[in-house]
Design a binder for this molecule. Structure first.
Ligand SMILES: C[S@@+](CC[C@H](N)C(=O)[O-])C[C@H]1O[C@@H](n2cnc3c(N)ncnc32)[C@H](O)[C@@H]1O
Length: 231
């Protein structure tokens, strides 16, 4: 991968480990959505790909962090889980706890998910592709559905509007049916209505359809919508 080959350090993005259950809720996924070929972009340490494949989906995850060797990434994950858990416990009032119950439940859920990811990556490394938006190494329309959680909007402080447009167009290029993006708030939980409106406008101008729709999940308070792009 250009610029990253041989590197174990791909920056200071949190490599989080959400589960299939969280993905189902965040993206309002149905059983039918999981029948086809699904791309998780970025996959991070999510167990979505492992769990979806074990129930018959053909899922692939892509993330620049997969340039990192398994043992080194697993060490990083241990540290990041501790960091994320300490943050969530210390800032519990910023979050809605209906999904996890409490900070201890959140910690267990994410640790289980990270462990499933780590096992699957060692056994099925071909499911985990090292690459970075806005350039994906996949043919046009090679996935039915593309899911993108906690990169766009989350890091709006460092990824500008032009990056968001390019990333969404690239994910739409490799999808036959559509792209779903969640959440539409930044790391601090701030809504991004101007960025959402800008993206809808730019995508519509490019011949795509994009709209914001509700989801039944919202760990970050106020993060109760996703952006759906139809191709
Ligand atoms: C907060 S994690 C989200 C992981 C997963 N979707 C989840 O919800 O558990 C953000 C991920 O974005 C990845 N990332 C950073 N820059 C990226 C880029 N240009 N293209 C794709 N992924 C990127 C990071 O390596 C990190 O794993």
């Amino acid at each position: 991968m250009t610029g990253l080959a041989g590197s174990d350090d791909i920056g200071d993005y949190l490599v989080s480990a959400r589960s299939l259950d969280e993905y189902r809720a965040m993206f309002a996924l149905t059983d039918d959505d999981l029948l086809g070929r699904v791309l998780d972009c970025p996959g991070g340490a999510s167990s979505f790909t492992a769990a979806a494949c074990s129930r018959g989906a053909r899922a692939v995850a892509v993330d620049p962090v997969y340039i990192t060797r398994p043992r080194r990434l697993e060490e990083r994950l241990t540290a990041e889980l501790e960091r994320g858990q300490a943050w969530a416990a210390a800032n519990a009032d910023r979050y809605a706890w209906d999904f996890f119950g409490d900070p201890a439940g959140h910690a267990r859920h994410r640790a289980d998910s990270a462990a499933l990811f780590a096992r699957d990556r060692r056994v099925q490394p071909e499911r985990y592709v090292a690459a970075a938006l806005p350039a994906l190494p996949f043919a046009d329309r090679s996935f039915d559905l593309v899911l993108s959680s906690h990169l766009l909007f989350t890091y709006a402080d460092r990824l500008d509007a032009a990056f968001h447009v390019a990333a969404l167009r690239e994910m739409a290029r490799v999808s036959r049916a559509g792209v779903r993006i969640y959440p539409l708030v930044d790391q601090a939980g701030r809504a991004q209505p101007r960025l959402v409106a800008h993206l809808v406008d730019r995508l519509t101008g490019a011949g795509l359809q994009a709209h914001e729709g509700p989801v039944g999940y919202g760990f970050q308070r106020g993060a109760r919508t996703m952006l759906e792009v139809s191709v």
